[in-house]
Ligand binder design. Structure first.
Ligand code: NAD
Length: 262
């Protein structure tokens, strides 16, 4: 068996970084249609055009939506179904970083902003995806009704070493792992398979400024492989968890961090 993916994928944060790279990995491995969801319309348009140029015949829908907004998420799912009829793969990747701030100095607004997108946003999308997948027919033991992969972080499994004080981001990413496990258990027998990826530092726009300023050098020193991940090293893990190759994985938090948390 190979890492082939079938049907329609719904990818949040699909305009940039890991989400965009996952769309390309899916297009390279058999996907028929992709709905890309992002706040940023120009990034969505760029990604759609790149996909259409590289993969003639692929169908791409772009949906400007805020994952932290219930109505926005419901509309994005409805628009995807209206165009493609079903969703076989849901990737919850949209996220923001939080400014390093000790809890004692953090405002409620700073906390809430990160929790709204990185935690509630994942739950809103996961709920909508599960509701949709439960309406679909099972395609057999390995494919089931659908697959969801959530993008957490190595900050979702512990407090990694180094000078990082991001309690809001860490709390949200732990919540994503918890939600992944609970819903994976709850829906596995109904054919909806849910897992998470926990990346270490990845060279994407979210941390590019810090990489270029040299402020991440200490972190890379602490990383056994000695460098940040290339974005494809994370999207390949998402491809694996989305394909029937990983059909017996359920509620896993797959750490892909170059050994940082070992
Ligand atoms: P990125 O900034 O390149 O991509 C994130 C995308 O999410 C952007 O296109 C942005 O517009 C979109 N987005 C942000 N808020 C949104 C919202 N409310 N609604 C819809 N879209 C929204 O960053 P990335 O590195 O690709 O990050 C993707 C995910 O990976 C995030 O959840 C991030 O926390 C996680 N992650 C990244 C790293 C890293 O080092 N890059 C490490 C671990 C985890």
């Amino acid at each position: 068996m190979s890492c082939k993916v079938q049907g329609t994928a719904f990818i949040t944060g699909g305009g940039s970084g890991i989400g965009k790279s996952t769309a390309i990995a899916f297009a390279n491995n058999g996907i028929r249609a992709i709905s890309l969801v992002d706040l940023n319309t120009s990034l969505l348009e760029e990604t759609r055009d790149e996909l259409r140029n590289q993969f003639p015949g692929i169908e791409v829908e772009i949906l400007q939506a805020n994952v932290a907004d219930e109505k926005s998420v419901e509309t994005a799912i409805q628009q995807t179904i209206a165009r493609f009829g079903s969703i076989e793969i849901g990737i919850n990747c949209a996220g923001i970083s939080g400014n390093p701030t000790p809890t004692a100095d953090m405002s409620l607004a700073e906390w809430q902003k990160v929790i709204d997108v990185n935690q509630t946003g994942v739950w809103l999308c996961q709920r909508a995806l599960i509701r949709q997948m439960l309406k679909q027919e099972s395609r057999g033991a390995r494919e089931g009704r659908g697959v969801i992969v959530n993008v957490s972080s190595m900050f979702g499994i512990g407090g990694p070493p180094g000078p990082f004080n991001i309690p809001h981001y860490t709390a949200a990413k732990h919540a994503v792992v918890g939600l992944t496990k609970m819903d994976a258990k709850a829906y596995a027998r109904q054919g909806v398979r849910i897992n998470a990826v926990c990346p270490g530092f990845v060279d994407t726009p979210i941390i590019r400024q810090q990489i270029e300023s040299g402020s991440m050098n200490q972190a890379f020193e602490l990383t056994p492989v000695g460098r940040p991940a290339q974005v494809e090293e994370i999207s390949d893990a998402l491809l694996f968890l989305s394909s029937p190759m990983s059909s017996y994985m359920c509620g896993a938090a797959l750490v892909v961090d170059g050994g940082y948390t070992v």
